[in-house]
Design a protein around this ligand. Sequence first.
Ligand SMILES: [Zn+2]
Length: 569
Amino acid sequence: MRATNLYAPTLRQTPADAEILSHQLMLRAGMMRKSANGMYHFLPLGWRTIRKIEQIIREEMDAAGGQEICMPILQPAEYWEESGRWAAYGAEMMRMKDRHGHEYCLGPTHEEMITALVRDEVRSYKQLPLMLYQIQDKFRDERRPRFGLMRSREFIMKDLYSFDKDVEGMNLSYQKMYDAYDAIFTRCGLEFRPVEADNGAIGGAHSHEFTVLTDAGESSIACCTECDYAASDEKAELAPLEAPEEDMQALEKVATPGTNTIDSLVEFLGVPIEKTIKAVAYETESNELVLVFVRGDHDVNEVKVLHQLEGALELRMADEESIRSAGGCPGFMSPIGIKAGTRILVDATVMKMRNAVSGANEVDFHYKNVNPERDFKEVRVADLRLVKDGDPCPRCGAPMKMTRGIEAGQVFTLGTKYSAAMGATFLDEQGKEKPLVMGCYGIGVGRTMAAAIEQHHDENGIIWPPSIAPFEVVVVPIQAKNPEQLRYAETVYEELKTSGVDALLDDRTERAGVKFKDCDLIGYPVRITIGPKTLEEGDIEVKVRKSGEVFHDTKENYLAHVKELLGSL
Ligand SMILES: [Zn+2]
């Protein structure tokens, strides 16, 4: 490709509405343009990177036994009614009617479609296991699309679905996909961690998020500093923290005027915050009051709370009226004295506390010497708190560190959730009819691209890993108007292409400085400069974008050197 034929409109200024770096750089480097809110055009350079990421995914999916298919993006409502998700999905699903009045949605995901496809074809265990995937657009009508490709409404996704005859087979498929994802993100040149994740609304038992590590990420994850354990902050398991041994003192009610926050209480009583118990009052969508107690310096993990409430989907803050009607007092809560039958959840660490302080369910009063093990009645104890920096790893006990990342892929086990609901069954070895056991595995292709930029850039622009760069090498004649320089550059460009290097010839007649700025902005991994010194002395300048290193090669050795550099970046 010659730059004079390339549609790559670069921008000198940062577009005002681009909030994060990857979005700004993709716009500035002429890789994408906005079409409408949360929707984007990919221009040639951006699309080349997308296609390279897709190709890596495709090769690894095929190697793991996947077969590529393509399903329609428009999906009939009836499949979603069978699975029960037509009503449950909510406003993110873009719904519409055709001219006959039939209802459809733009596919936000494809579990229903693939289950409906497979149930008509797969009849016997002999056809299993089966892994089908596609790389295609999805649409989710985000309330607030933002961050460019991170949270767009239309996005490209690879989704693979596995079908097995039993859980053992499903776990094998899961492991194959886990390994394939590891290979994909490694080949894309990304630093990432497979993170144990919460399954969210999709259902199923087992899940990992493949998270690209970068401070710009919206996921907060806890990583062990010693072993491989990593988990999203929602999921991170926490063993109860031990409290120092103390003899239990008698419960005592004390006046604590004006201390309706933990900070004011700690100051008033002069006790360490680790000796205090705080409460958060929630209501479920069916208006059930749920009182949650954690140590004063800890925070409630609402996902863990939801897991303790069979069937509940949402939590909101309880209003004061319902707290009072259960015998509680906002700002001064305790499990002691709450009306029987009220749902009380206590974090496991709280149960280890000795002679602690909690509210007394009365304005301006607290209890001292609260010993939960002795004093709390009819409470449910569980791990309910949010992980924080330094918490011990549940596997090895070493301290965990909180870091941020971008979720670029996710692997799930689904079990028989969809197959049972939609009647996707097969006959096993004994001729018995059973539902297919499924898994699903997604990768956000555009998100992977954005994550790569968030992880690899500097003040001058993008620094692509060679495997997903729009071009691996750019050849720049300093004066393209000079026919000898241009001819020399063309020879080098042709030689690179012939030997399998993905090269661009920047034959524009712009000033060298302008071209160099564009090269740095777009982020080609290697730049070869052809100038007067090349013609006079045979010197070929090779510059590495990532390190800034400059090498002076000859016509004889530059090609081997460039290949070696590309292999090492
Ligand atoms: Zn560990």
